[in-house]
Design a protein around this ligand. Structure first.
Ligand code: ZN
Length: 374
């Protein structure tokens, strides 16, 4: 039986997006939630937040909570609000990404120097590389190791320093499209593995374990759920990436790149590491939408762009082949171009794409915004 592939009537989210839900009129859950957000009773959530903060406020001069940061707008915003609006003592933590970018490094430094306690963990570069490489091959996720480390570094520090409360930024499932049932205050480690690590943690972890790698910074604690309260800031306050950007710029000296990011029309998000471009390219090959679709959705939902404007930008930018970076990726993964292409071929959705005989690059069989069947 054929399946219809379609785009959200409002924001261009694609029906192929994992776990996304649409109502009968064709609006995606991110758009429905962005409307609901405006009339939602946030007072109740703020009360819930204050209760949570009171519960975990340290009585013995310890830190009150942990905030994973990269120097980007979101972690900086959350740290700022926790510290200056709610009088908390957050400890910011960064797991050093692979292939860092100058602007990302500068932003992290600017953030730290704007007055935060900060811990910088650098997992063994070679283990990180292997973890990322296996993630690239087996999950189609080129910075899988770093993603795992973001969760495992924070939870391991949380356990050893006895700081149970952890604030991640937004719940992507709720804000950008996914499973709405997951909009709860507390996120379990089980859910982190299933949803945020796309159910591949054990698989990739075990490959590395067999190779006898030292995996401390990549190991999520088992069955210690009661020791944590992991939550998303977006649960307590209407999440607005653009507001976060403005606050981080003003209060934490966030800067942006001079040129736009690759494969999209923005220049202020995800500027900390170079594998993000490859990640969104493979996301495009897997599902048919790339970084421009994601960014356009955010702009449409905040009322800064019409769907038609977005359509033009998405058709222009989405899924661009990261030509200029390929050599860096090959060098990083220590792969030949052939091996690298084989991984891309493996993850390209053949129902959505065909391989151009001349360029050997995958081309879409569809036109963004025009329903079709696969
Ligand atoms: Zn939508």
């Amino acid at each position: 039986m054929k399946t219809k592939v379609f785009w959200c009537k409002s924001c261009l989210n694609m029906s192929t997006r994992p776990r996304i839900e649409f109502n009968k009129d064709g609006f995606c859950n991110a758009c429905l939630w962005s409307k609901e957000k405006k009339i939602f009773n946030w007072k109740k959530r703020i009360k819930e937040l204050k209760k949570l903060l009171d519960k975990y406020k340290s009585k013995n001069n310890n830190f009150d909570c942990l905030v994973p940061v990269s120097g980007g707008k979101d972690g900086s915003y959350v740290s700022y609000i926790l510290k200056h609006k709610y009088g908390m003592r957050p400890l910011a933590i960064t797991s050093r990404p692979p292939l860092t970018l100058k602007v990302g490094n500068q932003n992290l430094e600017n953030f730290v120097r704007s007055g935060y306690d900060h811990m910088h963990i650098t997992p063994d570069e070679n283990v990180m590389r292997r973890f990322n490489k296996e993630g690239f091959i087996h999950m189609g996720f080129p910075y899988y190791g770093w993603l795992v480390s973001i969760y495992s570094v924070v939870t391991n520090i949380s356990l050893s320093l006895k700081i149970p409360l952890i604030f991640y930024g937004e719940n992507g499932e709720v804000e950008y499209g996914g499973n709405l049932k997951k909009n709860t205050s507390k996120v379990s480690l089980k859910e982190i593995k299933r949803v945020f690590l796309e159910d591949g943690y054990k698989k990739v972890y075990n490959i590395l374990k067999k190779k006898k790698k030292s995996l401390y910074w990549f190991t999520l604690p088992e069955s210690k759920e009661k020791n944590f309260h992991i939550t998303h800031w977006s649960y307590f306050e209407p999440w607005d990436p653009y507001r976060n950007y403005l606050v981080a710029k003003e209060k934490c000296n966030l800067t942006e790149k001079n040129e736009t990011n690759f494969g999209t029309f923005t220049n202020f998000a995800q500027t900390d590491q170079a594998l993000y471009d490859l990640h969104t390219y493979i996301m495009y090959l897997k599902f048919g939408f790339g970084r421009a679709t994601q960014d356009a959705g955010i702009e449409i939902r905040r009322g800064a762009m019409t769907r038609d404007q977005a359509l033009n930008l998405v058709r222009l930018y989405d899924g661009a082949y990261p030509e200029n970076y390929i050599d860096d990726y090959l060098k990083y993964f220590q792969m030949s171009k052939q091996e690298f292409d084989k991984v891309l071929d493996r993850w390209a959705n053949k129902k959505l794409f065909y391989k151009c005989k001349k360029t050997k690059i995958w081309k879409p069989k569809f036109l963004v915004g025009e329903d079709f069947h696969i």
